[in-house]
Design a protein around this ligand. Sequence first.
Ligand code: NAD
Ligand code: UDP
Length: 311
Amino acid sequence: MKKILITGGAGFIGSHLCTRLVNDGNYVICLDNFFTGSRKNLSHLLDNPNFELVFHDVINPFTRDVDEIYNLACPASPVHYQYNAIKTVKTSVMGAINMLDLAVKCNAKIMQASTSEVYGDPVVHPQDESYWGNVNPIGIRSCYDEGKRCAETLFMDYHRQNNVRIKIIRIFNTFGPNMSRHDGRVISNFIVQALEKKDITIFGDGLQTRSFQYIDDLIEAMVRMMDTDDSVTGPINVGNPGEYTIIELASKIIELTGSSSKLIFNPLPMDDPKQRQPDIGEAKRVLDWKPTVDLKSGLINTIEYFKNSES
Ligand code: NAD
Ligand code: UDP
């Protein structure tokens, strides 16, 4: 039985990963400071003898003998990562250092949940892993983008200097059950607004694009990535190449919820990327993986989740 540490395990992605890895027969330790995560996401695991929930902030060191580490701790929604931008940088950078130091101590394999935000507002489209990105180092998204870029740097340097077995995945916009109603990202906002028959808040003209991946596809890719040969470090893009404008997304959600909500147009936040689409050639080749859930099916499951979740 492997002992696996998951930081940020009480959040949206982390809670699905905890469930998958416990179900696969592992002993899972979840570290979280509950900034955006919640015990509710893990309620089904709390009595499981192969699961442990530890209240811990990753800006502080943590010691435990483990075989694998998935480093997910970091607020991911712009509203939350901008709430305390300095803390976001500390979480990404000091969190990475603390987890990499732990990996050195116990010779654990370690995965970093990096992001498509390392490409910033990309001028290359679609984005493949060789693209260095177009990131504003001093804007309101920089605490997240640059924190995540620095974490990638640290992972590569611990690999080169200390032979740590690392895996970096660059996750593109992902959605599904266990997102918080107050998360602030576009799919949860639109679904909650549509179900409550409130106005749908489009930022800017709504012609900016994103490529949306369903959570189950991401979790499968994460597990496959951790199981790759030690020579595979990444970074590898993990996302669904289906690309939609924000207006198209709003229309789909209105249609699937049968809502009478209207679109309203609010100002576009600073540095909001205009387009984003993953090139997933590497993931297909190295992980023998491709997404299997299309936007419509994923939205139907997520709408069902929000219908049944408390407001
Ligand atoms: P989330 O906000 O739901 O989860 C983040 C978790 O980290 C929460 O449980 C939160 O409480 C915890 N956390 C935050 N700061 C912490 C700290 N200092 N110490 C301990 N725990 C802390 O977000 P998510 O969507 O589940 O994202 C998880 C990871 O995946 C993040 O690292 C994020 O950057 C990355 N990611 C997500 C997406 C996406 O579309 N969801 C895309 C790219 C990358
Ligand atoms: N967005 C929007 N309305 C909202 C929330 C977000 O139009 O209520 C837009 C946002 O400006 C961005 C896109 O949707 O262009 C995706 O935003 P999200 O915060 O989900 O992810 P990110 O910008 O980090 O890719």
